[in-house]
Write a protein that binds this ligand. Structure first.
Ligand SMILES: [Cu+2]
Length: 176
């Protein structure tokens, strides 16, 4: 049936981006002029609804922008920023993405910019790797393995307490 053939062809054409090979170790991953290194996340407590992901992005070329992230571990994956306002730490979604300046390095790290796994389908366990697909405006899409460190690794922050347990958190206080 040509119909079936057409469908198969359409499916093949619909996935033009063959994801770069995923390194077996937590090595660097490159996409275009960007190098992504030290990708990690944190193990989460059993009932945690959210977790954070961190990575260092070095740009050897023109300015670019991290515009989207997705991961199979969560219902939704967002790009967030933590800001301290009047001594209160809040986070908000970076709706325009995260700028990666020409020739610059951007650190996604606890207390600052981060990938947010919203609505975890299962706890993240120490030692496992979480595949995260990052999409850049210019460089394109790449899959990076985020290694899960222990709960609470590398300082205070997300996923372990405060307002982050339970059913989630408030984002951008503009509505409600
Ligand atoms: Cu967040």
């Amino acid at each position: 049936m040509t119909f079936v053939k057409t469908l198969a062809l359409a499916a093949a054409l619909a996935t033009p981006f063959v994801l770069g090979s995923v390194p077996a170790s937590a090595g660097d991953v490159t996409v275009g002029d960007l190098t992504l290194s030290n990708a990690w996340t944190r193990a989460t407590p059993p009932r945690a609804m959210a977790g954070g992901g961190f990575v260092t992005i070095t740009n050897a070329g023109e300015a670019d922008r991290l515009v989207a992230a997705s991961a199979p571990v969560s219902e939704k994956t967002e790009l967030h920023e933590m800001v301290v306002t009047d001594g209160v730490m809040k986070m908000r979604e970076m709706e325009g993405g995260i700028e990666i300046p020409a020739g610059g390095t951007v650190d996604l790290k606890p207390g600052g910019l981060h990938v947010m796994f919203m609505g975890l389908k299962a706890p993240i366990k120490e030692g496992e790797t979480v595949p995260v697909t990052l999409t850049f405006e210019n460089a394109g899409t790449v899959e990076v393995s985020f290694t899960a460190e222990k709960i609470g690794a590398k300082g205070m922050g997300m996923g372990t307490g405060g307002g982050m347990n339970g059913t989630g958190m408030k984002h951008g206080q503009s509505k409600n």
